[in-house]
Design a protein around this ligand. Sequence first.
Ligand SMILES: O=C[C@H](O)COP(=O)(O)O
Length: 251
Amino acid sequence: MRERLVAGNWKMHGSLVENKALLDGVVAGLTGLEGVRCAVCVPYPYLFQAQFALQNTSIQWGAQNMSQYEKGAYTGEVSGAMLRDFGCTFVIVGHSERRALFGEDDATVAAKFVAAQKAGLTPILCVGESLAEREQGITQQVVERQIQAVVDQAGLDGFRHCVIAYEPVWAIGTGKTATPEQAQEVHAFIRGLFAPHDAALAQSLVILYGGSVKGSNAAQLFAMPDIDGGLIGGASLNAEEFVTICKAARR
Ligand SMILES: O=C[C@H](O)COP(=O)(O)O
């Protein structure tokens, strides 16, 4: 049986004071919870704060981006090894905000995926179509292209130690959630891309849904056969809401 995972993506939110309350609330709410792995992906400056608060808990932590380069003259960049130094398990790569606002193309995302694994991190690879692409009926082509770019650099083997997050861009931060059926259709499609090459790998892939997941809609989404958990933006900034979502993902 595939494991369940719920990861929070705080995006560019928080402060030392706010984070303390949020982390305390998450720890209190999730202590003793079994049947689901929980994590938070925090802004770089707060990695140490997350590590300090979560190190003796079952909750894991990670970053929201990293450099594709190992080290060197790359002003402003953060390497995978640096994230490991702060105990990160996960790093998000290819979030649609990085793709759309910071010019990350498929090849760059793939290079980051490879660099993350090299550093011992588990990449959470985000894929998903825009509203225009959905309306053109090319959701599957877009998602396949984004995944193929990573297969080209990481090989199929690269997918043995990663998480995929399907995040339709039109559902991110908009309050407009994909219906469980819409999400399931794409999740099954993603799994199906791997099945002809390696059926066991396809079955073992952890595929999260992201896009306006809330305490009130999480259970219906997580009830779908190919949805293994969620990547949670806005709702991960509220401890009670995040805990509710994590509980909804329990097996
Ligand atoms: O990484 C998380 C996604 O972008 C979803 O964000 P959201 O839950 O605020 O819609």
